[in-house]
Design a protein around this ligand. Structure first.
Ligand code: RET
Length: 252
């Protein structure tokens, strides 16, 4: 049990609500923008819509779970039936992180062989990263938390390494202006993905206090909005710039 004060409880409630509506709005925006890009880039937008749709569903569950596990601003985080369910985040990531990586690969429109080899390396690595983090997240034993944190960091570093090398290589082949946006995409990815392991460490070293609960929930939610919505909008921007560079009329 953590006991929040009125402001903390309202903050978490409102941040979850903000996360939920951001995911829904972003899903609609990327869906209706399909015709604004060339067909070869549409799959990247479909991936973005799917990511935010899946996240919207999970935020709806998280939002409800927060209400149901609270009583007089005491939040039950015991893991028992009816307590605040942290597992929704991991189910969400298990589905959305591989999709986000496919989204990046799709918008780059690389040669088929290159794209396939990237997907074969990044998708299993990202699933392993999330699956290995989960036993640590739910454990209350510090050694177990550290062990799974370290194990999960191995595929994490591998993903960043592959993305850095491949994104950098693809920059030379992108039309003018696009390279800058791809660089911004890479920065956004590193900055937002870095929040998750930091929050995880915070969980290990922090106590089970109300303020660390609030910091983790707010931190994860804002990182999710940046890593999924703002990321998806950047993907749309790249797809539009490339479509125009490849001859699509500018009024689309
Ligand atoms: C864990 C466990 C501790 C070690 C590491 C982790 C990494 C998590 C990441 C999650 C990314 C999630 C995204 C979600 C949204 O769209 C599992 C916390 C390295 C990188 C991008």
């Amino acid at each position: 049990m953590v006991t929040l004060d009125q402001n903390q409880w309202n903050l978490v409630y409102n941040v979850f609500s903000f996360g939920l509506v951001s995911m829904l709005a972003c899903t609609i925006y990327t869906l209706v923008s399909q015709s604004r890009v060339l067909p070869k880039y549409r799959n990247a937008l479909v991936m973005s819509s799917m990511v935010t749709f899946i996240a919207g569903y999970h935020y709806w569950r998280i939002f409800n779970s927060f209400g149901e596990s609270s009583e007089m601003m005491k939040v039950d985080i015991s893991g028992a039936q009816g307590s605040f369910n942290e597992a929704y985040r991991y189910v969400d990531w298990l589905l959305t992180v591989p999709l986000l990586l496919v989204e990046v690969i799709a918008v780059l429109a690389l040669a088929k062989e290159v794209a396939k080899s990237l997907i074969m390396r990044l998708v299993p690595a990202s699933a392993a990263m999330i699956a290995l983090g989960y036993p640590g997240e739910i454990s209350s034993d510090q050694n177990t938390q550290v062990l799974y944190g370290v194990l999960s960091t191995i595929p994490f570093i591998y993903i960043l390494y592959v993305l850095f090398v491949e994104l950098t290589k693809s920059l030379d082949r992108q039309p003018a202006g696009v390279a800058d946006t791809v660089k911004r995409l890479r920065l956004l990815l590193i900055a937002t993905w870095g929040v998750y392991p930091i929050a995880y460490i915070f969980n290990i070293v922090g106590d089970e206090s109300a303020s660390s609960f609030v910091a983790i929930q707010v931190g994860y939610t804002l990182a999710d909005v940046l890593a999924k919505c703002v990321f998806g909008l950047t993907i749309l921007k790249i797809a539009r710039m490339k479509s125009h560079a490849e001859g699509m009329a500018a009024d689309h």
